[in-house]
Design a protein around this ligand. Structure first.
Ligand code: P6P
Length: 341
């Protein structure tokens, strides 16, 4: 008797569409094209050590970071998978200085704007550390057929959907379209993402804090107080927390989403606005985290409330379990740290 397959991500997306009687199917088609791009990137990442695409291109991206060959491959894969669908008005990528307008030869007038980090954590590629693709989908808001930068400069609260693919011990796709957070694990033997983590909820409080403490001396006093809080012994509040830091945002975020805890990339004297990018890193992960019952702040603001001013703008990020982020928020505002759980 053949085994009963689980729910594929494609079926999950189609089922979700049925909940919207007026849906045209464009969003479902967009998500399913992204799924195919994810499978192509998975194939390249899983073979990186066995082919000559490992290593660097000798190029640098708009962030001034060395472009790894897999970065470039992932970027081009998503562009080529999505540019002819007629579903997008434009794309924005960490790897591209300006937005990518849909070429005239392809159908125009797509109603969505797709922003993505094609392969985050790429500096870890050669060491076989988990890396990830992060994506954010907004509705087109400007007039005319062609997408414009302003279609991307929307607060994260207006995202239609957000998700990531983590290429780790297994490859998983996690996404939300505002109706819960759902995780799908790729079964390479059949090339399908199968529902493995329905309705993910992040624990209200965790036991893990994730931050690069090597930057401790570069932080301001309140940021140092946050890190000091989580590593101070205090049984009443379940401290000290365990320090876990992979240095790959998607991997650190995914672990905390499932286990609970807080990830931080604060501002410091070298990165006065933080290191991570708002549009295609902080905002999509914040949408997912909030949908799963967590929270995400820059310090002063909720990440999802920030009105972006430029495509590649950076933001400090404190994201994870609701109660742990609340502690960060209080300490960063200068309030006394809580003394009980
Ligand atoms: P640091 C990877 O380069 C990245 O953009 C994120 O994936 C990760 O969270 C962060 O930078 C790590 O930065 O300064 O701690 O090495």
């Amino acid at each position: 008797m053949p085994e009963r397959l689980g729910t594929t991500v494609t079926k999950h997306i189609m089922d979700a569409q049925r909940a919207h009687p007026h849906a045209t199917g464009d969003f479902s088609n967009l998500m399913n094209e992204l799924v195919v791009a994810a499978k192509v990137i998975h194939r390249a990442v899983s073979k990186a050590g066995l082919s000559d695409i490992l290593g660097k291109t000798g190029l640098t991206n708009v962030q001034g970071e060395e472009v790894q060959k897999l970065d470039e491959f992932a970027n081009i894969t998503i562009i080529h998978k999505m540019d002819h669908t007629g579903l997008l008005c434009a794309m924005a990528s960490e790897e591209m200085d300006q937005i990518f307008e849909i070429p005239d030869k392809h159908p125009q007038g797509g109603k969505y704007a797709l922003a993505f980090d094609p392969l985050d954590g790429s500096s870890n590629i050669d060491a076989n550390v988990s890396i990830g693709t992060i994506f954010s989908i907004h509705r087109k808001v400007t007039s005319g057929l062609k997408g414009k930068t302003d279609d991307f400069l929307q607060p994260g609260s207006r995202q239609v959907a957000a998700g990531y693919i983590i290429y780790g011990s297994s490859t998983m796709m996690v996404y939300t379209s505002g109706a819960g957070v759902h995780g799908f694990t790729l079964d390479p033997s059949i090339g399908e993402f199968l529902l493995s983590h329905p309705n993910i909820r992040i624990p209200a409080r965790g036991k893990i804090y994730s931050v690069n403490e090597g930057n401790y001396r570069k932080w301001d006093d309140r940021t140092r107080a946050v890190a000091d809080y989580f590593k101070t012994e205090d049984k009443a509040t379940g401290r000290p927390y365990s320090a876990r830091y992979i240095g790959s945002l998607v991997a650190d975020f995914h672990r905390n989403l499932l286990y609970g805890g807080v990830f931080m990339y604060p501002a410091d004297v070298c990165n006065p606005h933080g290191k991570l990018r708002l549009l295609y890193e902080a905002a999509p992960l914040a949408f997912i985290c909030k949908e799963a019952g967590g929270d995400a702040i820059s310090g002063e603001e909720d990440i999802l409330d920030i009105q972006p001013k430029e495509l590649h703008q950076r933001t400090p990020l404190f994201i994870g379990s609701r109660d742990d982020v609340a502690v960060c928020r209080g300490i960063l505002k200068g309030e006394a740290a809580p003394v009980s759980r």
